[in-house]
Design a protein around this ligand. Structure first.
Ligand SMILES: [Zn+2]
Length: 137
């Protein structure tokens, strides 16, 4: 499937861009070119997600994946975004033991790895706990 033109034209990779169906207003992430509910084309437009959501499921990973050798154990969670889509992402800047379902998280963009041979740098999104200001002290 061809990459939608709008996807290539979005200059800022530090945005969480999904698509929104103009017919049923459902938001999708990752972006889709066809709404699975309406089964129509041409009604989906780029939609910038706010990047906030909460953890609906998670697991702690102790076996490193390629490129994550420094990062175990890490938390892999399913995050339900405010706009509705659920995405799987790593939870960073957290104590793996303190993560729990219902935690509010926000997106953060990190360089995942760099291919030194061709100079390609891969960026990806992760989520981190929303830092609540202390209520006292
Ligand atoms: Zn739709």
């Amino acid at each position: 499937m061809a990459v939608p033109r709008f996807w290539r034209e979005i200059p800022n990779r530090y945005n969480l861009i999904g698509t929104k169906c103009g017919n049923c207003n459902t938001v999708f992430f990752p972006p889709r070119s066809v709404c699975p509910k309406c089964r129509r084309m041409g009604k989906l437009e780029p939609y910038k997600l706010r990047g906030r959501g909460k953890i609906v499921s998670y697991c702690t990973v102790h076996v490193p994946a390629d490129g994550f050798e420094d990062a175990v154990p890490y938390v892999l969670a399913i995050v339900e975004l405010e706009e509705g889509p659920r995405i799987t992402a790593q939870i960073t800047d957290c104590n793996p033991d303190s993560v729990k379902i219902g935690d509010e998280v926000e997106v953060t963009f990190r360089q995942i790895r760099e291919e030194s041979q061709d100079g390609l740098i891969y960026y990806g999104y992760k989520f981190k706990p929303v830092s609540n200001p202390p209520s006292e002290g």
